[in-house]
Design a binder for this molecule. Structure first.
Ligand code: SF4
Ligand code: SF4
Length: 415
């Protein structure tokens, strides 16, 4: 794609990066075929090719309108288009740059500004999420059914094993998951303990920065990233083998730390190291099972044979590029995995998307749950807290993180 970006933008790191990405695009439109919003709305400007064109115009100096903002807001940032693109266009990075530019040059309505501020302020703080959950659970009997399903029931995390192993890996506690489903990380700690690895938590870590990053608050996002790196660094220096991230949405952003902090002289090197250590548990458990033939016996699974429908989050498939890792683990562990149609399509959760674009999100959720339940599974499993909570709003089957299926010691986990 030919571009004529003015020097004022081209002389910035983002401008140069955006130009390089735009030049790779050959307008073929293959990406539209896997774009959920293009499939729902059928409008070129609600597909990746049209959005790329809009961003190119803005980079070339055209003034963005509220329409530009709307088409970019409707993008789920699922990055299915990126996986499909035969020319290697890094759409996810381009839309980050494009959104930042459009945000600076347009004006949002006050309700939009307030909603985005409230989401960023509440969901990155576990204490506030806990308080919101407490209020929701207290008022649960009085809530209408639709709202009631949005409040997850409290589930006991169960005992965490003592750090008895020489092999150690860090684990991200994060924000929303820590407050809403502490059992996921506890289950991960028990599973890794059986595999001979102690998961350790670093004091002072918190939200990975994804919420601020996706809601175009880059300075706040980067501040959170630096704070996490500071918290993890002593453990990395003392030999932590990996950073396990049980929410694939957070994992995908931590993999980007190196790139997002590459121009920060104090953090560039450390951020690149952190990114290289970030692992989804699916990747780490798959490796453990491949390296040690006794590992499967040590897991002592009691859920073998259960019918599982696995929803692969976009952040796992297209962000972390770990498509198939969890499915292989579940198959190896003896679960019966039911086929799921259109597995590449987003469930509509997409970070804050379900709150900011509820109508589109609901349509995607309905399609996804219908596809997941078609094979009559006993349980639906996924790998990201956002997808998990979102799917529960409509699913008639239990929805869990897949690592809980490997955790027979957790009270009532596997069916
Ligand atoms: S598939 Fe790739 S090259 Fe083709 S229009 Fe989409 S982004 Fe551009
Ligand atoms: S990121 Fe997802 S929603 Fe956005 S353009 Fe690409 S495929 Fe479509």
């Amino acid at each position: 794609m030919q571009t004529s970006i003015p020097a004022s933008i081209l002389d910035t790191p983002n401008g140069r990066e955006a130009e390089g990405i735009l030049r790779k695009c050959v307008h073929c439109g293959f990406c539209n075929a896997t774009c959920p919003t293009y499939q729902l709305l059928g409008n070129e400007l609600d597909g990746p090719r049209g959005r790329i064109y809009l961003m190119k115009q803005v980079l070339e100096g055209h003034r963005p309108t509220h329409r530009t903002l709307t088409h970019l807001d409707r993008c789920l940032t699922c990055r299915a288009c990126e996986t499909t693109c035969p020319s290697g266009v890094e759409y996810g990075r381009l839309v980050d740059i494009g959104r930042e530019l459009v945000e600076k040059r347009t004006r949002r309505s006050w309700p939009e500004v307030l909603a985005r501020f409230a989401i960023r302020s509440i969901f990155a703080r576990p204490l506030l999420v806990r308080l919101a959950l407490l209020a929701g659970r207290t008022a649960r009997p009085l809530l209408p059914p639709g709202l009631r399903r949005m409040v997850p029931p409290a589930r006991r995390a169960g005992r965490r094993p003592a750090g008895r192993h020489r092999r150690r890996m860090l684990v991200l506690s994060g924000c929303v998951q820590r407050a809403a489903e502490p059992r996921i990380n506890a289950a991960a700690a028990r599973v890794f303990d059986r595999l001979g690895v102690s998961l350790v938590r670093a004091r002072g870590e918190g939200c990975c920065g994804a919420i601020d990053h996706h809601l175009t608050a880059p300075a706040r996002a980067v501040a959170r990233m630096r704070r996490n790196i500071d918290a993890w660094w002593p453990f990395i220096e003392s030999g932590a083998e990996a950073l396990i991230v049980t929410a694939s949405g957070c994992g995908a952003v931590i993999r980007e730390y190196g790139r997002l902090l590459r121009d920060d002289p104090a953090y560039a090197e450390k951020a690149a190291r952190v990114s290289s250590l970030a692992r989804d548990p699916g990747e780490a458990v798959a490796e453990a099972l491949a390296a040690d033939e006794m590992a499967l016996d040590r897991l002592g699974l009691n859920g073998r044979g259960a019918k599982v429908a696995f929803h692969a989050p976009c952040t796992l498939s297209h962000g972390l590029r770990a498509a198939g890792a969890v499915e292989r683990v579940l198959d190896r562990c003896g679960f019966e995995r039911v086929p799921v149609a259109d597995g590449h399509l987003c469930c509509g959760s997409a970070g804050a998307y379900s709150m900011l674009e509820p109508a589109l999100s609901k349509r995607l959720l309905e399609r996804k749950v219908e596809a997941l339940e078609r094979g009559r599974p006993d349980v639906i499993a996924t790998a990201n807290i956002g997808c998990l909570l979102h799917l529960r709003r409509r699913a008639s089957q239990p929805v869990v993180h897949w690592i809980e299926l490997l955790d027979p010691s957790a009270p009532g986990s596997a069916p």
